[in-house]
Design a protein around this ligand. Structure first.
Ligand code: M6R
Length: 361
């Protein structure tokens, strides 16, 4: 039942405020400015002994993991990174007992992720799952984890589960942080930010009409560039994947700082750039990148917290805490992908050549 929406993608994009409400529900502990994650199976002593975090996932879940790694590193000060599970599996990685491994998956059935979990467990590693489908293979195989509670996601293209996974990572990062050196004050700050998310998501979704108009204009592009820096980079990666999957327009994501090392050669009016421009300590750096693109007659669509003079259009996203900004900044770009695909008459819920869960090698 699509409840009045024309596709599951559209329905699921619009379910995100409720979905985020669900992932937060019952987990916030105001007394200690932390969160409780019932299924983690990781006591405080163990949490303090973690020396590194390695996050594994595929596709959109990998991108959510990239955001999660940054959150864990920022809030818990544990070195963390994400890697495609498929790459990790095949490179005979060093498995280290002081590393916490985290497998991320909407379906909980993705073969490459499951195989990575099994290989890690065989070698005695501790593996947590950040999974949406309760009781799925990866959830069962993991030593513990955090359920994402996005609810059923039907569209092959992941939207609400991506958002909820990033929120689940914020909870995990806050929990690890408050078990280690994150102050009560910062804990409170993050909790306040988390509580604002559902309302802010609805504020973004209210701009759908304007985003639709932009999408119709960009639907003619043969290729698009997505750029971001640090917190904005995984957002750019995910937005670029979304556009490719549903519209079949070629898209490439690049760290904004890498433009001058090559991709600037591509800039011309026919290659539009989508830039993620949060109001954080990198704002001026990002503005400089916009200027470089503008100087070469590139078209720019900015997703930002305030109007960007160098951009041709700016979609304004409400500001949250710096660490939580990436949760929101991709949402207008889900709508951009959706409306671009719609303008092109694509099969939005079932893009060609793709399956909802990839249970083969
Ligand atoms: O179920 P999973 O999260 O493990 O799936 C991983 C990827 O196959 C999935 O995210 C894929 O990239 C989607 N089509 C994204 O929209």
């Amino acid at each position: 039942d699509m409840g009045g929406h024309d596709t599951y993608m559209h329905k699921e994009i619009h379910e995100q405020a409720d979905a985020v409400d669900r992932v937060l529900r019952g987990r916030i502990d105001d007394r200690f400015s932390t969160v409780h994650l019932g299924g983690l199976n990781l006591d405080a002593r163990e949490a303090r002994q973690i020396r590194r975090v390695k996050i594994l996932g595929c596709g959109t879940s990998y991108h959510a993991g990239m955001i999660g790694a940054q959150m864990i590193e920022e809030l818990a000060r544990i070195p963390a990174d994400a890697e495609p599970a498929s790459e990790f599996r095949y490179r005979n990685a060093v498995v280290d007992p002081d590393t916490l491994y985290i497998a991320v998956s909407q379906s909980g059935e993705t073969y490459d992720v499951l195989a990575a979990v099994q290989e890690l467990k065989r070698k005695g590693a501790r593996v947590l799952g950040v999974v949406n489908v309760v009781g799925s293979a990866i959830a069962r195989e993991a030593d513990g984890g955090v359920y994402v509670h996005a609810g059923p996601e039907v569209c092959v293209v992941s939207t609400k589960c991506f958002t909820n996974t990033t929120v689940a990572f914020a909870l995990l990062a806050l929990h690890l942080g408050r078990t280690r050196d994150l102050s009560v004050r910062d804990g409170k700050r993050i909790i306040e930010g988390l509580r604002k998310l559902p309302e802010q998501i609805n504020e973004i979704l209210k701009q759908e009409e304007e985003i639709k108009e932009l999408a119709e204009a960009y639907a003619e592009a043969r290729s698009m560039l997505f750029i971001g820096r640090v917190r904005g980079y995984p957002v750019a990666r995910e937005a670029s994947l979304k556009l490719k999957e549903v519209s079949y327009i070629h898209a490439e994501a690049y760290p904004a700082s890498e433009l001058k090392h090559g991709p600037l050669a591509l800039i011309e009016p026919a290659l539009p750039t989508v830039a993620i421009v949060p109001d954080d300590d990198l704002l001026e750096k990002n503005r400089a990148a916009l200027e470089e693109i503008k100087a070469r007659s590139g078209k720019i669509l900015a997703v930002a917290h305030q109007h960007q003079e160098k951009a041709d259009q700016t979609v304004i996203v409400p500001k949250n805490e710096d660490e939580l900004d990436p949760i929101l900044m991709g949402i207008p770009l889900q709508l951009l992908a959706y409306h671009t695909a719609k303008a092109l008459g694509r099969d939005i819920d079932k893009p060609r050549n793709l399956a909802k869960s990839v249970t083969v090698e």
